[in-house]
Design a protein. Structure first.
Length: 198
């Protein structure tokens, strides 16, 4: 049954361009209903202990997050692929958004996290990087994350690299569905995220 529910959800979100084109309230409600149906059949009851499943690179397929989708609203910028790299052992998350423009841009935000239940983590953002893919030397998510780990701060000529204030209230993220190819999460701002293993 889960396979049919996954296919049903994937078919529903396919024409939405990660949520950018999901303008119809009925369409959004239908997608959320399909998300909830899949969450109810979650095969991984304790997702934070399923390290092999959770670790690695995830590509965003759909979200209701206005913060993420808002990047696409800037003139001359279009949202490209969005990735989230999870490293359970280091308790770190790397978010990468490729920006399609004349020159090609990149937005990256990193965070530490702390498990507070079997499904939920508190997330504290600590670093943000903005720049052109070419000057930052971006080739792929894995290559760039490795470069970030080896570089405390990128040179100003490469991109804007700054520390995010630790005074900000930490957010939270809950893993509500997890299998070998798909992850669904819900955030503290009411956002829903559907991702597939990249």
């Amino acid at each position: 049954m889960t396979m049919l529910e996954k296919t049903d959800l994937l078919d529903a979100i396919a024409p939405t361009n990660r949520g950018l084109l999901a303008d119809d309230p009925e369409q959004k409600a239908d997608i959320l209903k399909k998300v909830a149906r899949l969450e109810a059949s979650n095969p991984t009851s304790n997702p934070l202990s399923a390290i092999d499943l959770l670790n690695g690179n995830w590509q965003l397929l759909y979200t209701t997050s206005t913060e993420l989708l808002g990047i696409d609203r800037f003139p001359l910028l279009a949202l490209g692929n969005i990735y989230q790299w999870v490293q359970i052992e280091q308790m770190r998350i790397y978010n990468l958004a490729e920006i399609r423009s004349v020159l090609g841009g990149l937005v990256s935000v990193t965070a530490t996290f702390e498990p507070v239940s079997e499904k939920r983590v508190n997330v504290c953002f600590d670093r943000a990087i903005f720049g052109l893919q070419s000057t930052l030397g971006y080739q792929s998510p894995s290559q760039f994350i490795e470069a970030m780990q080896q570089t405390d701060k990128f040179n100003f000529f490469k991109g804007i690299d700054f520390t995010v204030s630790s005074n900000r209230e930490p957010g939270w993220l809950e893993v509500t569905y997890l299998d070998q190819t798909m992850r669904i999460g819900r955030g503290n701002q009411g956002s829903v995220f559907v991702l597939r293993k990249a």
